[in-house]
Design a protein around this ligand. Structure first.
Ligand code: SF4
Ligand code: SF4
Length: 95
């Protein structure tokens, strides 16, 4: 049996940028749906998303990268929407 000092270190990320290979979207049980007509392009969803899964093109929200979106719902919570109507709605995965 190995001594603890001989064990390989765990939970240490040795390679920069390795999260690209870790597709957190496979965890998801809810997914955000963007409602463009209620979007005021404030980019709060992009700012708050912990996985950089809000896609932006030409400075505007353009949907979600579902390979990395884990369905946490932070974007939907922070979205101010327009006139009380959210521009991001969380729906059950597979709906
Ligand atoms: S549900 Fe979570 S991970 Fe997915 S886009 Fe919104 S904030 Fe990002
Ligand atoms: S937070 Fe809501 S209103 Fe703001 S850019 Fe994102 S989807 Fe649009």
């Amino acid at each position: 049996m190995k001594k603890w000092t001989e064990l390989e270190p765990g939970t240490v990320i040795l390679e920069a940028g390795s999260s690209v290979r870790f597709k957190t979207g496979s965890w998801r049980s809810f997914r955000p749906r963007w409602v463009p007509e209620n979007c005021i392009q404030c980019l709060m969803c992009w700012l708050y998303c912990p996985d950089m899964a809000v896609k932006v093109a030409d400075g505007k929200v353009a949907g979600f990268d579902y390979d990395y979106c884990k369905g946490c719902g932070v974007c939907a919570k922070e979205c101010p929407g327009k006139q009380g109507k959210k521009a991001i709605v969380m729906e059950a995965e597979g709906k």
